[in-house]
Write a protein that binds this ligand. Structure first.
Ligand code: NAI
Ligand SMILES: CC(C)[C@@H](O)CC[C@@H](C)[C@H]1CC[C@H]2[C@@H]3[C@H](O)CC4=CC(=O)CC[C@]4(C)[C@H]3CC[C@]12C
Length: 351
C-alpha cells in the first residue's frame, strides 16, 4: 500500500532554489506540499542549509548546475512532474554584463523549456517580474526577463515527450522583501555606517508596491499544485504577485523594518535636489567603469535605481484569487514581524 501511495507522489524541481526567493519556495514546498516525493534543488551555488533538509520524509536532491548548460538542465528536469524556474539574474547595480544577464535569463529559460519538452515534464512555473511591464528599454536589467517570460508563455501547448501538451504560466512579483533580502541588508549597513541615519533621497509621495517573500513563495506552491487541474484556465497566463503590504515610498517602506532596528530616516523630503542626485548617479557609473579593472564598485545610487525609486509601482488585481484561490498566507503584520526579526537576528541588532 505504502508503495502505491508513494508511487502517486511527485517530483518537483526548483531552479535557483538557493536564492532569496528560491529558498523560501523550497521551504514552503516541504511544509505545504503533501504530494512531494522528491524535491530537486538546482542552483549554481548550493547553500549549506540544504543539508538540514535531508532529514525529513521527502527526498531532497541538491544539484549543482548552470541553467545555461542545456545538458545539465535536461538531467535535472528528467522525471520531474513540475518545474518552478526561479533561477535568474536581476542586477540593478551594474555588477554583471548585459550579455551574461541575457545568457542566464533568456538562454537559461530556453534550456528549461526544451528540457521539459524533451523529457516529458508537462508543468512549468516561471518567476517573471512586474518589471517586464515597466519602462524597459534594451539593455535594462529586466528586458531579458520580458524576453524569457515571452518564451515561457509561447511554449504553452507545445507537445512534450509522450504527446501531451506543456502547461506554462508566469508569476510577476514586484519588489520582494523579507528574510534574506540583500538590498534591505545593504540599507541597514549603510545606516549603521551613517550613525543610525538614512537620508531621504525619494519623495514620500512615490508609491511602491512591495510583496512579502513568503506570499510570493506561497503563490508559486499553489500554482505548481493547481496548474495540472486547471490547465485550460491557467495555461499561458501571467499572474501578478500581491498581498496586503502597504503602498509607501521605497524608503518609508524599508523603515517599517529598519526603524524598529534603530535606524532613523532623516528629512521629510529629499535632502538633495533631483538634478544633483542625477549627477551623483552618473558619477557613480563613471567611477564604476574607471574602477572596474581594480575592484567592483556598485553603490545603491545609479541612474537606473534612481529612476526606479522615483517610479510609482502599483498593482490592482485579484486574478490569482479568481483563477486558483490564492490568498496571502501571511498578513502584513506577520510579514512585517518576520522581516524585523530577521534584520534583528541576522544583523545582531536585537534591542
Ligand atoms: N528579488 C526581487 O525583488 C524580485 C525577483 N524576481 C525574480 O525572482 C527570481 C529570484 O530572484 P531573487 O531570489 O531575488 O534572486 P537571487 O539572486 O537571490 O536568486 C537567484 C538564484 O539563481 C541562481 N542562479 C543564477 N544564475 C544561475 C545559473 N546560471 N544557473 C543556475 N542557477 C543560477 C543563483 O545562484 C541564486 O541562487 C529571479 O528570476 C528574479 O528575476 C522578480 C521580481 C522581484
Ligand atoms: C539611492 C536611492 C535612490 C535608493 O533609494 C535606491 C533604491 C533602489 C536600490 C531600489 C528603488 C526601487 C527598487 C526597485 C523597485 O522596487 C521595483 C523592482 C521590481 C522588481 O521586480 C525587482 C526589484 C526592483 C527593480 C527594485 C530593485 C531595487 C530598487 C531599484
Amino acid at each position: 500500500m505504502a508503495d502505491s501511495a508513494q508511487a502517486q507522489k511527485l517530483v518537483y524541481l526548483v531552479t535557483g532554489g538557493c536564492g532569496f526567493l528560491g529558498e523560501h519556495v523550497v521551504r514552503m514546498l516541504l511544509q505545504q506540499e503533501p504530494q512531494l516525493r522528491e524535491l530537486r534543488i538546482f542552483d549554481l551555488h548550493l547553500g549549506p542549509w540544504l543539508e538540514e533538509l535531508k532529514t525529513g520524509p521527502v527526498q531532497v536532491t541538491a544539484i549543482q548546475g548552470d541553467v545555461t548548460q542545456a545538458h545539465e538542465v535536461a538531467a535535472a528536469v528528467a522525471g520531474a512532474h513540475v518545474v518552478i524556474h526561479t533561477a535568474g539574474l536581476v542586477d540593478v547595480f551594474g555588477k554583471t554584463s548585459p550579455e551574461t544577464i541575457h545568457e542566464v535569463n533568456v538562454q537559461g529559460t530556453r534550456n528549461v523549456i526544451e528540457a521539459c519538452v524533451q523529457t516529458g515534464t508537462r508543468f512549468l512555473v516561471y518567476t517573471s517580474s512586474m518589471e517586464v511591464v515597466g519602462p524597459n528599454i534594451k539593455g535594462q536589467p529586466f528586458y531579458s526577463k520580458a524576453l524569457a517570460e515571452q518564451l515561457v508563455l509561447e511554449a504553452n501547448g507545445r507537445k512534450v515527450l509522450g504527446g501531451l501538451p506543456l502547461v506554462t504560466c508566469a508569476l510577476r512579483p514586484t519588489g520582494i522583501y523579507g528574510e534574506g533580502h540583500q538590498i534591505m541588508r545593504d540599507f541597514y549597513h549603510q545606516g549603521l555606517r551613517l550613525g543610525g541615519r538614512l537620508f531621504r533621497a525619494i519623495p514620500a509621495s512615490v508609491e511602491h508596491g512591495r510583496v512579502y517573500v513568503g506570499n510570493v513563495a506561497w503563490m508559486h506552491v499553489l500554482v505548481a499544485r493547481e496548474l495540472e487541474h486547471r490547465a485550460a484556465l491557467m495555461g499561458g497566463q501571467v499572474y501578478f504577485c500581491y498581498d496586503n503590504s502597504p503602498y509607501k515610498s521605497y524608503e518609508d517602506f524599508n523603515m517599517e523594518f529598519l526603524g524598529p532596528c534603530g535606524l532613523r530616516l532623516v528629512g521629510t523630503r529629499p535632502l538633495l535636489p533631483y538634478w544633483l542626485l542625477l549627477f551623483l548617479a552618473a558619477l557613480n557609473v563613471l567611477l564604476q567603469w574607471l574602477l572596474r579593472p581594480l575592484l567592483l564598485y556598485a553603490p545603491l545610487l545609479n541612474p537606473y535605481t534612481l529612476a526606479m525609486a522615483n517610479t510609482t509601482f502599483t498593482v490592482s488585481t485579484d486574478k490569482a484569487r479568481r483563477h486558483f484561490g490564492y490568498e496571502p498566507l501571511f498578513s502584513w503584520e506577520e510579514s512585517r514581524t518576520r522581516t524585523i526579526r530577521w534584520v534583528q537576528a541576522v544583523e545582531g541588532s536585537a534591542q
